[in-house]
Write a protein that binds this ligand. Structure first.
Ligand code: SF4
Ligand code: SF4
Length: 354
């Protein structure tokens, strides 16, 4: 690991130099929200934010992605032959992502990059990307990353982690990808003594965190007991099944594949989907194994806080970014649900049912 100092003039010049070799993405302000977008020539990422409305997961896992193309025109020799769609996998860098979003991509990777199955679309985009993070010194009241396996200075999944010191940035370079980006940008002012500044800033940022969750009992609580717990109807009562929580979540990875044909040209597309949508699990027979709102809400929380915990044994499928808490239109709060699940004792169910 290397420590560098980047003064803010070199920051601007460095990004301009890097833009000749990388497509740059970063947070950009649109009206009163920030979102990750491709940066125009000379445009700087706006790092004066806490978090974006949507996470940058779509830079690796686009909301809609054409996988294959085909023609139905029988006068063509190649009619009805599926061809891989052209996708640009030239080097790119996402500049200014938060540590929670970087860890989230590592959790999503568990699904798209397994020993048995590798999603080539996700992996090629992931491998083409350099992840440059900005540590978070002003967590929101809805952030709970420190109790969700992450933290405002967490480096997991990042090639470079930066912190803001007013007139300069300090940067920790962790990987070859990170070093290549820094070299391209001309950032080379080594500052080993800055390690202490990182430690102090990390402790200060963590001390500002006001929201936490407890997850210590989730793994040991029986799955079927939790599934049958009496609180699911209560949690689901207000839910609109709008899907906002899943679309804004950096760790949600569900997608659907469908064909779209216009005239004689067809594409096979991968689109984000949501377990909160009523037709998410409809079978071709018309049967829907999750046809009630309670079943769908339970699925979302059981997946994040129990099934994932049991399957991967790396903690919960949530990084504590707080987006779903802030954006749910009816204030369904994963922190409260986690508390109910973590403190649940099967005897509670007997009392409730008795
Ligand atoms: S954002 Fe809230 S209302 Fe919408 S689906 Fe999620 S939990 Fe339900
Ligand atoms: S479940 Fe909510 S708090 Fe957790 S990572 Fe997803 S959006 Fe963020």
């Amino acid at each position: 690991m290397t420590l560098l100092t980047i003064d803010k003039q070199n920051w601007t010049q460095g990004l301009a130099a890097a833009a000749d070799h990388y497509r740059l993405f970063g947070p950009v302000k649109e009206k009163d929200q920030h979102r990750f977008k491709a940066l125009e020539k000379g445009q700087l990422p706006d790092l004066d934010l806490v978090n974006t409305r949507l996470s940058p997961k779509d830079l690796v896992f686009p909301q809609s992605e054409i996988m294959l193309t085909y023609s139905l025109d029988e006068s063509r020799e190649d009619h009805h032959i599926m061809k891989e769609a052209h996708t640009d996998h030239a080097p790119r860098a996402v500049v200014g992502m938060r540590p929670c979003d970087a860890r989230a991509i590592q959790l999503v990777k568990l699904n798209f990059d397994t020993p048995d199955v590798k999603d080539p679309y996700w992996l090629k985009a992931y491998e083409a990307t350099t992840f440059i993070g900005m540590a978070c010194d002003t967590p929101l009241s809805t952030c709970f990353c420190t109790s969700a396996g992450c933290g405002p200075y967490n480096a997991e999944g990042l090639d470079i982690l930066m912190m803001d010191r007013g007139g300069t940035y300090l940067a920790k370079i962790f990987t070859e990808k990170g070093k290549a980006f820094a070299d391209t940008a001309g950032w080379n002012q080594a500052t080993p003594e800055a390690a202490e500044a990182f430690v102090a800033a990390k402790e200060a940022a963590e001390a500002k965190m006001v929201s936490t969750i407890s997850t210590d009992n989730l793994a040991d609580t029986d799955l079927l007991d939790l599934h049958g717990a009496p609180f699911w109807d209560d949690i689901a009562f207000a839910c609109l099944n709008c899907g906002t929580c899943t679309f804004t979540c950096p760790t949600c990875w569900c997608f659907d594949i469908q064909d779209e044909v216009q005239g004689k040209s067809g594409v096979r597309m991968k689109n984000w989907d949501s377990c909160m949508f009523p037709i998410f699990t409809v079978h071709t027979t018309g049967h829907n194994p999750r046809d009630t709102k309670t079943q769908r809400v339970r699925q979302r929380f059981m997946h994040k806080l129990k099934y994932f915990v049991d399957k991967y044994q790396t903690g919960i499928m949530c990084v504590g970014c707080g987006r779903c808490v802030r954006q749910c239109p009816v204030n369904i709060d994963i922190r409260r649900v986690c508390e109910l699940m973590n403190s649940f004792k099967p005897a509670d169910a007997c009392v409730a049912q008795g």
